[in-house]
Design a protein around this ligand. Structure first.
Ligand SMILES: Cc1ncc(COP(=O)(O)O)c(C=O)c1O
Length: 362
């Protein structure tokens, strides 16, 4: 079987070495005589996997002991719901930067019970631009300020964050572990695992431990972030296989890639190949995000000047082995998701395909 060039937005491509290792472990993990998906989450083997994954998260982001790390089933959307329940009192207030669909989901969770103030919204520009950070002002007395680092759908990305007095919560689902970031500036970062870290089934949370003291009593344990952190993600059965594969991806990031600085360099190169191709196409292709400083290195969104040709391109690309290129159903167009595990070679071959397509149809 030839593996295709996978540009899906998530669940997404994983490193071949990780998939092969997981394949072996499904049959037998080490010399256990049973497979990884058949093992107790309270076994010493799984303990070591979980501990190893948390330690790798801390090493890669240089996370201090002031922070706890937890895996939370239910994905990023579950964390958004938990955050509203845990950190915003009834009638309280949180502030948001609205960069699109996922920011709006986080806003919706808070708006059920409290005031969800939008400090800036990209709605009028179809979320194709970001605000100047220096133009944003946040209040000190809100429960948290919330941002989405990478807009998976519109293809924008913040690589820097504002200084806020209130705790800054950032949804990093679609650019988690893609470049170095100083974790000390955040109250919490979280994200679904299914883009840069592993298969679907869990979110990963890095949270300042002192904030857990603010969680009200009386919540269900399953909706209390403090329980996930204090019980080391095994209050109940976690998404054990997802966590195992995440541990392999983290290991790949550390050992094969050599850490987040190297990952960033590779990601910049990959995204550069695509954006340069569009910019040099004489208008045949157009990046939907004009300002290079706002363009995502993870989800590269683009259109053709001749929009009816987009369906032809997707069909021909799919036949040639480039899959997952259709833009999100809410915006149309095209999107190449080139997460950490997407090989540079896939991007190079896709650029050759795009150049040939432009020559044939331009
Ligand atoms: C930036 C961002 N946040 C949140 C989500 C929702 O994640 P989940 O499906 O894990 O709840 C997504 C899903 O694509 C996303 O891209």
């Amino acid at each position: 079987m030839a593996r295709k060039h996978n540009f899906y937005a998530g669940p997404a491509v994983l490193p071949v070495s990780v998939v092969k290792k997981a394949q072996e472990s499904l049959f037998e993990y080490g010399t256990c005589g049973i497979g990884i998906a058949e093992m107790s989450h309270r076994s010493k083997e799984f303990d070591a996997i979980l501990e190893g994954a948390v330690a790798a998260v801390k090493r890669l982001y240089n996370v201090s002991d002031d922070y706890g790390v937890a895996f939370v089933q239910g994905g990023a959307s579950m964390v958004m719901a938990i955050n509203a329940l845990n950190f915003v009192p009834e009638g309280g207030r949180a502030q948001f930067v609205d960069t699109g669909t996922w920011a709006r989901r986080a806003i919706g969770e808070v708006a059920r019970k409290a005031s969800a103030d939008v400090v800036w919204s990209g709605k009028d520009v179809a979320y194709a631009e970001l605000p100047e950070l220096s133009s944003l002002s946040f209040d000190a007395d809100v429960s948290f300020v919330h941002m989405t680092s990478n807009n998976t759908i519109a293809g924008t990305q913040f690589r820097e964050f504002p200084r806020t007095e209130a705790p800054l919560f950032v949804d990093m689902s679609s650019d988690f572990f893609s470049h170095p970031v100083d974790m000390n500036q955040f109250g919490m970062v979280y994200g679904g695992i299914q883009k840069n870290l592993g298969p679907a089934g869990s979110a990963l949370v890095i949270v300042r431990k002192d904030l857990l003291e603010r969680i009200p009593q009386g919540l269900s344990e399953m909706l209390d972030m403090g329980v996930y952190v204090k019980k080391n993600s095994i209050y109940n059965t976690p998404a054990a296989f997802t966590i195992y594969m995440t541990s392999l991806v983290l290991d790949w990031l550390e050992k094969d890639i050599g850490g987040l600085e190297n990952m960033d360099r590779i990601n910049k190169e990959k995204a550069g190949l695509l954006y340069d191709c569009f910019d040099a196409s004489g208008g045949f292709y157009r990046a939907t995000v004009k300002n290079p400083a706002h363009r995502s290195l993870m989800n590269v969104t683009f259109r053709l000047a001749q929009e009816p040709l987009e369906a032809t391109l997707i069909a021909e690309a799919t036949a040639a082995g480039f899959i997952g290129l259709k833009g999100h159903r809410s915006v149309g167009g095209l999107r190449a998701s080139i997460y950490n595990s997407c090989p540079t070679e896939s991007v190079r071959e896709f650029v050759t395909f795009l150049n040939d397509f432009a020559k044939k149809n331009g």
